[in-house]
Design a protein around this ligand. Sequence first.
Ligand SMILES: [Zn+2]
Length: 251
Amino acid sequence: MDRAWWSLQRRDDAALGFTARDGGYSTGDFQGLNLGAHVGDDAETVERNRAEVLDTLARMSGARALRPVFMNQVHGAEVRVITEVAQLDEPTPATDGVVTTLPDVALFTLVADCVPILLYDNAAGVLAAAHAGRAGMVAGVVRATVNAMREVGAASIEAVVGPAVCGRCYEVPEHMRAEAAAAEPVSAAVSWTGTAAIDVAAGVVEQLHREGISLSWLPGCTKETDRLFSHRRDGRTGRGAGVIARVQRRD
Ligand SMILES: [Zn+2]
């Protein structure tokens, strides 16, 4: 089932991946492995796609089953922290970061050009997923997520930044680039036609670096890569995901 994944990795107790359009059951505008439930796709099909991702991740990581956690993403900097199993049954609050200390829980961040960020401290048993578009990067969702991880015991955090729209492809009005640059100068970019643009992922990576977090940054521009969902390219479309779970040791 590797075909269903842009990148699927096992890092000690943490299993993580970033999905592509490959695989899945959606059709039309949502063709492939659409994981977004609020984009107009058939709800049952989305559930089937999500189950495929969970099954694949569980099989790869040796988990018996994984419980999924999705966010209600709003381009802000609020973070949900889940430390008790009972919280999994609560209504989903509006956040762009989610942290857990629970094993066998799969945290999802949904994207179609925005930056998916997965974080983990295996020694402390703390995981997180975050969603950063332009507004979230400027609002500080990265630091808020890292702080929330540290509050529940994370000390040595590693991060993986997934594919997102690149700085050449994210053309914006000049005032918008200036706003982003005021928050993160490294995010100021130039488009393919020489106009103002923003490299949101570069801003995210700089923010992680500033927090002292070791990271890897996966290649691939969503807008330039047909097998990835891109709102900029297609408008009405599906959502891919970054997903991470910590597998309970059973030895
Ligand atoms: Zn690009």
